[in-house]
Write a protein that binds this ligand. Structure first.
Ligand SMILES: [Zn+2]
Length: 308
């Protein structure tokens, strides 16, 4: 396909990077990040979200979380440690937006945090409540945010890529934080250098492009700019394991769930071995440096609401 065609949709304008399911992914000069056009309407999104509910209500979803729980708790502990480093010890109120089965908040509670979650999936909310967590069964919006109250930290894992208006959403999150509060956010790191090698020289279809389920396609640079535009100051960035590396090693897990699971096991083992060997700082430095190269399956940012 030609890579130099431009597309304009309302005020949004940019080069077309991919076309899939009737949508173009453009590198939008208005927004400063890549997203699909047309941007789906709320009605269209409702259908997509229904699919998301379905995913979260599949028994396998919970089963895998449980299987991976030791590893997840290691990931969560690292996340809490960074939040705790940037907040005074009396500031421990956290909101998890899209809290899923609740394991992230449960870990926080065990560490002494006052936790609240908001999650649209009924099944995930029921599971969280069984864990003794306080979760609102809803979408995060201006209205629901008011009822939730104010926080010292907000976490959103794999949320921003699904939203038709991430700027609006981040501004609501900003308002829900007290001054000096910290946001932690992870998104898929898309069109990253490893993926580009796979697409351009190994004839991989861009499997990470998934409209309308994924509307936005961030990387380290565009997510940083977006957070800064919404009033945040970045205090830390890191990558998650570059899963695309398995593909470069010839393990084609795309569309192969069993192989995907095997690769995931290897990644888990790799990371847990650093912890066992008490070489955690080395792992953290490695993932921070990967992020400086634009590598990693996910881009993870910690950003502070500035004091005025
Ligand atoms: Zn745009």
């Amino acid at each position: 396909m030609t890579k130099s065609k431009k597309r304009t949709w309302h005020q949004h304008q940019g080069l077309i990077l991919e076309t899939k399911n009737g949508f173009d992914v453009i590198d939008c000069s208005l927004c400063g990040f890549k997203h699909i056009v047309p941007i789906p309407t709320p009605e269209e999104l409702e259908k997509t979200y229904k699919h998301e509910y379905y995913t979260r209500e599949k028994p396998l979803y919970l089963e895998r979380y449980r299987e991976d729980l030791d590893w997840w708790n290691m990931v969560y502990d690292e996340r809490y440690e960074i939040l705790e480093k940037h907040l005074s010890p009396t500031r421990r109120r956290i909101l998890d937006i899209g809290s899923g089965p609740g394991f992230f908040l449960l870990r926080g509670k065990e560490r002494g945090w006052i936790t609240k979650g908001i999650e649209p999936s009924n099944q995930a909310v029921l599971h969280s409540q069984e864990l003794g967590l306080e979760i609102a069964n809803d979408f995060f919006s201006k209205e629901t945010a008011k009822k939730l109250g104010r926080f010292d930290a907000i976490n959103m894992s794999l949320v921003l890529e699904h939203l038709p208006d991430p700027v609006h959403f981040l501004r609501i999150a900003y308002e829900s934080l007290d001054e000096g509060g910290v946001l932690s956010s992870s998104v898929p790191n898309d069109f990253n250098p490893f993926q580009n090698v796979l697409r351009d020289t190994l004839e991989y279809e861009p499997w990470w492009v998934a409209p309308p389920h994924h509307i936005n396609y961030f990387d380290f640079s565009s997510l940083r700019k977006l957070l800064e535009r919404c009033g945040f100051e970045i205090v830390h960035q890191e990558a998650s394991f570059p899963m695309d590396m398995f593909l470069l090693m010839g393990e084609n897990y795309v569309g192969n769930d069993a192989l995907g699971r095997e690769c995931h096991e290897k990644r888990k083992r790799f990371e847990m071995n650093f912890i066992k060997a008490e070489f955690r700082e080395l792992k953290q430095a490695l993932y921070k440096n990967l992020s400086n190269l634009g590598l990693g399956r996910e881009a993870i940012f910690f950003a502070k609401k500035k004091f005025y």
